[in-house]
Design a protein around this ligand. Structure first.
Ligand SMILES: *Cc1c(COP(=O)(O)O)cnc(C)c1O
Length: 369
């Protein structure tokens, strides 16, 4: 029995009957970029996410760049972000012309540490970008006063947190704006690349639309050097259908996470993910920690278990960001975690039998000297 990390075909099968007629209709009408399907999804997602404005864009990396640029972040500015995140968080900052400033994370949840953020603030700090990694909402309530004191905006990376909340308030609604990704493997995934900027501020939303459309508020009027980053109708049709199932799919992810917790409770040498009492998590990834991770990963993969590592190299140790001047030892918590973390297969369609197989193999592989 193979156990894949994600199962996008199962999601596709659930929505096929619903989306195929709408896709045929889009083909027949030739409506591909923008149009009613895109506007409809933007409205649905804004309502679901708990914000006034959702602007659909080309992908999550663009969404973060656009959110930063639309809130005035640019050249000469510093942007604080966690050292352990997907590289896109830092890329978005660089693309906006600003300088990423990585900081360490808390050892329990591996989320950005507010004390490390406060210590990294300078008079050039223009934004703080917490990442709601693995579907767990970062400590936003603690970060808001830090941002306030620094005179910085809070821009959330909500790529892995669709449907998550903290203290009853959705991830992605705490800051001035947030960026999310609808990459196919995310909790809400498109049939290709897609993303969105979320904000309550109509001016920020308007600026995102202008920058994302060649800096153009009206046809052939170009106010700033923008980019081309649009959500298309095919993605919007798929996203609308999946959005209707997102709550149920997130419930199933939570049930699967509970089952792993139970099954792993008595497996020695495997640290299960900590949960924050204020959080309702959506388990984009279920990340355990083990010794000798690379060997454990290799042996699991050999047995047909689709485990993975998110992410093997903290931002500051990637060649791309060597120019920031950090070295091994700069952010010890993120670095130690990177050597131990292991993502187990978890998705809405995983079965109890598949999870039992994963745990049996993991227990066997980790108990071996
Ligand atoms: C996926 C992801 C992104 C980027 O999204 P893309 O749509 O792939 O550009 C940014 N940040 C995090 C944390 C992600 O997981």
């Amino acid at each position: 029995m193979r156990v894949p990390l994600v199962d996008l075909a199962a999601q596709g099968a659930e929505i096929a009957d619903e989306v195929l007629p709408r896709l045929r209709d889009a083909l027949e009408r030739g409506a591909f970029i923008g149009g009613p399907a895109v506007a409809g999804f933007e409205e649905e997602y804004a309502e679901y996410a708990g914000v006034r404005h959702c602007v659909g864009v080309g992908n999550g990396t663009d969404a973060l760049e656009l959110a930063l640029r639309a809130t005035g972040v640019g050249p000469g500015d510093e942007v604080i972000l966690p050292a352990n995140t997907f590289i896109a968080t830092a890329e978005a900052v660089s693309r906006a012309g600003a300088t990423p400033v990585p900081v360490d994370v808390d050892p329990d949840h591996l989320l950005i540490d507010p004390r490390a953020v406060a210590a990294a603030v300078t008079d050039r700090t223009a934004a703080i970008v917490p990442v709601h990694l693995f579907g767990q909402t970062a400590p936003v309530a603690e970060l808001l006063p830090v941002a306030g004191t620094a005179g910085a905006v809070l821009i959330e990376d909500a790529a892995q947190s669709q449907g998550a909340s903290r203290a009853g308030r959705r991830a992605g609604t705490w800051g001035v704006a947030s960026g999310t990704s609808f990459y196919p493997g995310k909790n809400l995934g498109a049939a290709g690349d897609a993303g969105a900027v979320l904000t309550d501020d109509p001016e920020v939303a308007g600026r995102v639309r202008v920058i994302a459309d060649h800096g153009s508020p009206r046809k052939y009027v170009h106010e700033v050097v923008g980019l081309n980053s649009r959500l298309d109708a095919v993605q919007a049709i798929v996203l609308s259908a999946k959005l209707r199932r997102l709550e149920e799919w997130n419930d199933r992810r939570r049930a699967a996470a509970d089952r792993y917790d139970e099954l792993l409770a008595h497996v020695e040498g495997v640290r299960t993910p900590r949960r924050h009492p204020d959080n309702t998590d959506v388990w984009h990834l279920y990340v355990v920690q083990v010794e000798d991770r690379d060997r454990v990963l290799a042996e699991l993969v050999e047995q047909g278990i689709g485990a993975g590592v998110h992410y093997p190299t903290p931002v500051h140790l990637t060649p791309a960001y060597a120019h920031l001047g950090h070295a091994v030892g700069s952010f010890p918590v993120a670095e130690a975690a990177a050597a131990r973390i292991l993502s187990l297969p978890l998705h809405p369609h995983i079965t109890a039998e598949q999870q039992e197989r994963v745990v049996t193999e993991l227990a066997r592989v980790t108990s071996r000297p």
